[in-house]
Design a protein around this ligand. Structure first.
Ligand SMILES: [Zn+2]
Length: 166
């Protein structure tokens, strides 16, 4: 449950910080699939190049369906960060629902919970780093107090789509 009196402190989480996992719709069975970083390849890259963020963003990705065992693999040399699809396979997100005449989406549980805390808070504050955070760049409709209740209901619907442990 959201604490209606909660205060939210935005410490500057950037959209890049969600590189680790995307929950997507499996292209084969329409079930829940995960897009995950290839840890072995990331380790190899990190030994050669020390640009940590670059390595994290460009390490190859594995697609793993939790329902039909569909697997895929992709190494991208270019990615488009942000938007309502995963950045590697460009698949639709599992956590995506109509809301306030728009679409509310989240990359993963961490993103959804951050959004929930932000939307649910009556008072939003930010550190200097918070000025560049992904929250500061959210569309206006998500920030409006009049949409709060509807957005929180949509977030509840999305949470119900998350199996335990994902
Ligand atoms: Zn599948």
């Amino acid at each position: 449950m959201v604490n209606e009196n909660a205060r939210f402190l935005d410490t500057g989480t950037q959209v890049y910080d969600f590189y680790e996992e995307f929950l997507v719709v499996c292209p084969k069975c329409a079930g829940l699939a995960r897009v995950l970083i290839d840890r072995d390849e990331l380790e190899k890259m990190s030994k050669k190049k020390i640009d940590r963020l670059r390595n994290l963003l460009f390490a190859p990705r594995r697609l793993v369906c939790l329902s039909c065992l569909h697997r895929d693999y992709r190494k991208c040399t270019q990615i488009a960060v942000g938007g309502g699809v995963d950045w590697y396979f460009r698949l639709p997100l599992w956590l995506d629902v109509p809301c306030c005449g728009e679409r509310l989406w989240a990359y993963n549980r961490q993103y959804l919970e951050t959004l929930e805390n932000y939307v649910g808070a009556k008072l939003r504050e930010r550190t200097i780093e918070g000025r560049r955070s992904f929250l500061s760049k959210l569309p206006t409709w998500i920030k409006l107090a009049k949409n709060r209740a509807e957005i929180l209901r949509a977030i509840e619907k999305l949470k119900a789509k998350l199996p335990a442990g994902v």
